[in-house]
Design a protein around this ligand. Structure first.
Ligand code: PBG
Length: 341
């Protein structure tokens, strides 16, 4: 061994790993994870209220009247945000057993879609496609007859009857200008049913972002306040995935790809990085991850107590979701991220 290599070897253990961490420019130069603004999707809750209503459990997030939502989209798109996903907040008087208001031209989501399209903005509009915001019982589809009286068993949603309704609602959302419909109800066969209905209605160009891998999560709590889509009884464990099953995502993913999903979503995100990574490695369609309401709320809650730095913790979380393999990230931090990045 020459003296030269001996010297090099001796210095290696103590210096090598720190050399590229020395200055901010060096650290930026060698990082392998970035967060492209184009890949951020900002969720907006739209309803028939007169004024924006802040969501108590989600600081910075409001329910928006239609005009304010459209203005928010215009303003944020000027700042560089390019993608939005809409959720409806529906007054009780418009809810029913099937959630048919989802397809109504007067429904706030549909009015926002139409206005954004009329304004000609170069943004991607996603429409969340689920009935829990529109049904009077709060479940994600029609119930099997008599289910409510049977005490609210969670497996009460009638999968196949819900599929036909999803197809209709998807075609309606497409006709009002959705670029992407995003079914989040975890019905089996939903992607095929929606693809068929879209094509039959002449919306071959409308894409489907399937919430293919969606767990029955405790982290949706604040969203159910924001969307007023909580269940009147039961829970969603009969149709959303059990987080104790670590491999089932593969079956869900392959089914949705086979049925024609253009993009797939993993939800929640931060507690499911292993799943995001698996999905990313298993398919080549764009993979989205949804950093959900509870994941957002808990960072705010801890920051409010001075227990962590909101900006740094939110950035770290978002980078982690990217590092795991998400191409697109649905996040309530999107307006903050465009300032921070
Ligand atoms: C509706 C839907 C939910 C979320 C998105 N779409 C709630 C649920 O499944 O109960 C949650 C989003 C969030 O928590 O931020 N199916």
């Amino acid at each position: 061994m020459s003296d030269h290599s001996k010297t090099r070897n001796d210095s290696t253990p103590r210096q090598r790993l720190r050399r590229l961490r020395r200055t901010p420019a060096l650290r930026d130069a060698v990082r392998d994870t970035t967060i492209p603004i184009d890949g951020l999707i900002y969720p907006l809750f739209v309803g028939e209220m007169e004024q924006p209503i802040p969501v108590a459990s989600m600081p910075g997030v409001s329910q928006w009247p239609v005009q304010d939502a459209v203005q928010t989209i215009k303003d944020l798109s000027r700042d560089g945000l390019r993608q939005f996903i809409l959720f409806g907040v529906t007054p009780d008087s418009k809810k029913n057993a099937t959630g048919s208001y989802a397809a109504d031209p007067d429904a706030p989501v549909n009015r926002v879609l139409q206005s954004v399209r009329d304004a000609g903005l170069d943004v991607v509009m996603h429409a969340d496609l689920c009935f829990c915001e529109y049904t009077d019982h709060g479940h994600c589809g029609v119930l099997i007859d008599g289910a409510e009286c049977t005490g609210g068993d969670p497996s009460v949603v009638d999968n196949d009857r819900t599929l036909a309704n999803l197809g209709q609602a998807a075609a309606a959302q497409a006709s009002f200008g959705a670029d992407v419909v995003a079914p989040s109800g975890m019905m089996d066969g939903m992607v095929a049913a929606i693809r068929g209905a879209l094509d039959d209605a002449g919306h071959q160009q409308t894409a489907i972002l399937s919430y293919a891998v969606k767990y029955a999560s405790n982290f949706y709590g604040p969203f159910r306040d924001a969307g007023e889509g909580g269940m009147r009884f039961g829970d969603r464990r009969g149709y959303q995935m059990d987080f104790r099953r670590g491999r089932e995502w593969c079956t869900e993913l392959l089914a949705d790809l086979d049925e024609g999903a253009d993009m797939v979503m993993v939800k929640p995100a931060a507690a499911y990085l292993d799943v995001i990574k698996g999905v990313r490695e298993t398919c080549d369609v764009p993979v989205a991850a949804y950093h959900v309401s509870g994941e957002y709320a808990m960072l705010h809650a801890a920051a409010d107590r001075g227990w962590l730095d909101l900006k740094e913790a939110a950035l770290e979380t978002t980078y982690a979701i990217r590092r795991a393999g998400a191409d697109l990230i649905v996040t309530y931090f999107a307006p903050d991220l465009i300032k921070w990045l």
